[in-house]
Write a protein that binds this ligand. Structure first.
Ligand code: F6P
Length: 547
């Protein structure tokens, strides 16, 4: 049995400390410590991170770091980087960090130099995407590829689509990408609408090459292509990204056009593997190389920086502070960048599939809530939707604000003198300020507000946030942001004691859906399920469909 972290001295000290400071307002914390902002600001690679607007003191950080030491975050971190099988329930190494090691590094895992393998695939991806981008690789009728359609789901979709949106300014070869994930046919139909089969390349991305949604969509896409260009066209219009060559071949894709990866890359940690092929086709291998370098810079920061100055360690610990001690259930991710519109969705899989567990790695029940619920939308849109609850609601919602000094696009403001990007960023800064410091009843009353309206206008403040800034949304910075969150997941997972790298909880729904499909489609099949609710729903659905 693993050590129960909640039974340790370090946990008890944090529990006592929480009782002592839980009601202290951020206004007080700032008033008491003139150096607070300097103390709680750090730079990691190109990321400038201010975590001073958190309900923490220097002592909190010391105690959280002690907790991390007690849980052996450093030892487990080193074990991960060394390729030990820290994914115990699947007996696998967890080596997404090897995907971004430079070519001259070496790392031998299970007798194999994985860096050489990684760079062999990267070289193949680079050669292939060069050919597609230059027009040397043409479709069956000789046309240059102008659209790549990535068909995948979960980690084989969310990463590529998020990064593609984030790096749209780096698309420089006249190629755009579309992403199809949902088994709802509306997704594929919508993506194919207006596309010319002759200039469309499908990338079928699936680690296992057995995922129902992906294989169903890939088969439908193949039909669409064959109807237009004939069976022989498939070889020029379909490539695969997978760890399973046999299934790729069975599907009818030439394994010469398959880009591989390994079982030590989890789906939600795979955008920096061959799963990023669609991104590389659009932005080119050099920009993709910068993207990988960004990850690596944060990996090195995480690996080498003392815990008390280590960005992913601190932010993971602060997330855990709210989750395990304040009882916060969610964390909002609020990018002040429209180009990061899919970042929260990406983080949902990364964090929630990783740490949404009820048992520890040894199978015993967890003793503290696990897994922050991540959600969010880009600012300023969210301000006109859910920020009301963040500001005045009864729930504590720590928030991560992400913004950039330089715009990817800019336009003049209404009077033609200002910058819309400045307007965007002034909203970022104003929101973090108001969340933290609010406005008191006295301040509101002093503005001649009618007494009965005052309580409605009070802004309580004391709502915590992290500000994550960078000069610009570059490929490197996107990699840095992803790695920053990957390692927070690791830190929290180690302390909660869960296996952050399996996802058994998604399996039962998949098998039951497969069992239910014939029941829905065959009017002779008995509609009876094991519960009356599902039974009634199935009957209602069949009646609607005339079965
Ligand atoms: O259903 C969950 C999951 O297994 C994810 O972990 C994974 O990213 C996704 O499905 C897709 O899997 P694959 O890449 O094997 O198609």
């Amino acid at each position: 049995m693993s050590v129960d972290i909640t039974g340790t001295d370090a946990w008890q000290k944090l529990t006592d400390h929480h009782s002592a400071i839980a009601d202290t307002h951020l206004r007080t914390l700032f008033a008491e410590d003139a150096d607070r902002t300097r103390t709680f600001t750090l730079d990691a690679a190109d990321l400038h991170i201010d975590y001073s607007k958190h309900r923490i003191t220097r002592e909190t950080v010391e105690l959280l770091v002690e907790l991390a030491r007690t849980a052996d975050v450093e030892g487990k971190r080193d074990a991960m980087f060394a390729g030990e099988h820290i994914n115990t329930s699947e007996d696998r190494a967890v080596l997404h960090t090897a995907l971004r090691l430079p070519a001259d590094a070496s790392l031998t895992v299970d007798g194999q130099n994985v860096v050489a393998d990684v760079h062999e695939v990267l070289t193949a991806m680079g050669e292939f995407t060069d050919r597609v981008r230059s027009g040397e690789w043409v479709g069956a009728t000789g046309e240059k590829i102008s659209t790549v359609v990535n068909i995948g789901i979960g980690g084989s979709d969310l990463g590529p689509v998020m990064v593609y949106n984030a790096l749209r300014h780096y698309a420089d070869a006249g190629i755009s990408a579309k992403f199809v994930s949902n088994v709802d046919p509306a997704d594929l139909v919508g993506a194919l609408d207006g596309l010319d089969p002759a200039s469309t390349l499908f990338i079928i991305a699936s680690k296992t090459f057995s995922t129902l949604e992906t294989l169903t969509n890939a088969t439908a896409a193949r039909r669409w292509l064959v109807d237009a260009l004939g069976e022989d066209a498939v070889a020029k219009h379909f490539v695969a990204v997978s760890t399973n060559a046999e299934r790729v071949a069975d599907f009818g894709i030439d394994t010469a056009n398959m880009f591989g990866f390994w079982d030590w890359v989890g789906g939600r940690y795979s955008v920096d593997s061959a799963i990023g092929l669609s991104v590389m086709a659009v932005v080119g291998k050099e920009a993709f190389g910068e993207f990988l370098d960004g990850f690596h810079r944060i990996d090195e920061h995480f690996r080498l920086t003392p815990l008390a100055e280590n960005a992913p360690v601190l932010l993971g610990l602060i997330g855990l502070w709210y989750s395990s001690f304040f009882g916060a259930e969610t964390r909002a991710v609020l990018p002040y960048s429209n180009d990061l519109s899919r970042f929260a969705a990406y983080l949902q899989q990364l964090t929630m599939e990783s740490n949404g567990k009820s048992v520890k790695a040894d199978g015993s029940p967890v003793t503290t809530p696990t897994g922050e619920i991540f959600w969010g939308e880009p600012g300023t849109n969210g301000q006109h939707a859910f920020y009301q609850l963040l500001h005045q609601g009864t729930r504590l919602v720590p928030a991560d604000f992400i913004g950039f000094a330089e715009p990817t696009d800019d336009l003049p403001t209404r009077d033609g003198t200002g910058s819309m990007h400045d307007l965007l960023m002034s909203n970022f800064f104003a929101q973090t300020k108001v969340l933290a410091f609010g406005k008191t009843a006295e301040e509101i009353a002093a503005e001649d507000t009618p007494a009965d309206v005052v309580p409605h206008k009070v802004m309580p403040g004391n709502r915590p946030s992290t500000s994550i800034l960078a000069s610009k949304l570059t490929p490197s910075v996107v990699g840095q942001l992803i790695a920053l969150y990957e390692h927070q997941v690791f830190v929290e997972g180690v302390i909660w004691g869960v296996d952050s790298y399996d996802q058994w909880g998604v399996e039962l729904g998949k098998t039951q859906a497969l069992e239910l499909t014939p029941v829905l489609t065959d009017s002779e099949a008995p509609a009876a399920q094991s519960d009356s609710s599902t039974d009634a729903l199935v009957r209602w659905y069949r009646a609607q469909r005339g079965r």
